[in-house]
Ligand binder design. Structure first.
Ligand SMILES: O=C(O)CCC(=O)C(=O)O
Ligand SMILES: [Fe+2]
Length: 333
């Protein structure tokens, strides 16, 4: 009912060199040593005290390069296009991903079940095309995560580009569609939360005061669960998807082994381009299961983000947010 995105196209721009940060081998090794010393793994990391312990240990002992890299990533996330790419020397390092994540905010896990992971393996799922269309992560959570980090363990043999569409580009496209923009900000979608979270419904617009909330599959679920609202939900979703499809520029990057891509999940949409097998193939056919990423989803950023609530104006996020408007404690779930 809502059209699919075509995936990576020639219109995507490469990641600017300015968003890249390298970490030296000694720093990466120190981080991994701390991780081992603290006896951390995915299960222990669910605990907020363990996350705080790791953050404190890193501040004390990971060194100046680590401190600078974290500060730089925070700055990059605060500035359009709200993206940072970190490459630690050596093989792909889940400890470095976890360490970077806890230095940015809290690793979120609203499920709190034995099967849930704060460091989640992301493989190509031929049964779902949600990742192929512009979306934000966690539309099935009461509050979507603020930041997403993706560590590339195994790159795609071919294709599989990760693409980022910053809010500033969407806002520009919406300038000539004031009515649609007003509707996107005013009409509250009855989002159906994940089954494991009780399938509750939360009412939020696509363009909310805190950011974007959009995923085609979730909107289809909302429409199916609320047949009377289905016509306007479907129409709004289709029109927004068309705007996102036209919006430029967006970034397109094929993650390489060991790279960590971090982006602001409230101020960007993202998607994955089709993955090709050696035989070649298009979307849906020949998708390879080899590509492996590890994802963390971060809430309550550890710093006060300084960029204006982008949804209050069209200035591209240059105005400063008031601290009060962005205090994590002041947020409702
Ligand atoms: O695989 C990627 O590059 C992104 C995947 C994604 O967006 C998702 O699984 O939600
Ligand atoms: Fe995603």
């Amino acid at each position: 009912m809502i059209p699919s995105a075509p995936g990576a196209g020639p219109a995507g721009e490469p990641l600017p060199a300015a968003v890249r940060t390298a970490l030296s081998e000694p720093t990466a090794a120190r981080v991994a040593d701390l991780w081992r010393e603290l006896g951390l793994d995915d299960a222990t990391l669910h605990d907020e005290d363990a996350q705080r312990g790791l953050r404190d240990a890193l501040a004390d002992r990971a060194g100046e390069e680590w401190r600078r890299a974290c500060a730089r990533v925070r700055r990059l996330l605060d500035t359009p296009p709200h993206v940072a790419l970190v490459r630690a020397a050596g093989p792909p390092s889940p400890p470095v991903l976890a360490a970077l994540s806890v230095c940015l905010g809290r690793l979120e896990d609203p499920y709190r079940r034995s099967w849930s992971r704060v460091m989640q393996e992301i493989v190509v799922d031929p049964g779902s095309d949600d990742a192929l269309a512009w979306h934000v992560d966690s539309p099935g959570w009461p509050r979507t995560n603020d930041l997403t980090c993706l560590l590339c363990v195994t790159p795609a043999a071919a294709g599989g580009r990760t693409e980022i569409l910053p809010w500033t580009a969407i806002a520009r496209e919406l300038r000539s569609a004031a009515e649609l923009r007003a509707e996107l900000a005013a009409r509250k979608i009855p989002w159906v939360l994940d089954e494991a979270l009780g399938s509750r419904v939360v009412h939020q617009p696509v363009i909310g005061p805190e950011g974007l909330r959009f995923m085609r599959g979730s909107l289809e679920r909302a429409a199916a669960a609320h047949p009377r609202d289905a016509p306007w939900i479907t129409s709004l979703c289709r029109r927004f998807a068309e705007v996102a499809e036209r919006a430029r520029p967006y970034l397109s990057h094929r993650l390489e082994e060991g790279e960590i891509l971090v982006f602001d999940n409230h101020r960007c949409l993202h998607r994955r381009g089709p993955v090709h097998t050696a035989e070649g193939a298009g979307e849906g056919a020949g998708e390879s299961a080899d590509r492996l990423l590890i994802r963390t989803r971060i809430g309550r950023p550890a710093w006060r983000r300084s960029v204006a609530a982008p949804f209050a104006d069209d200035s591209g996020g240059r105005r400063h947010r008031s601290d009060a408007a962005y205090s994590p404690e002041g947020r409702k779930e």
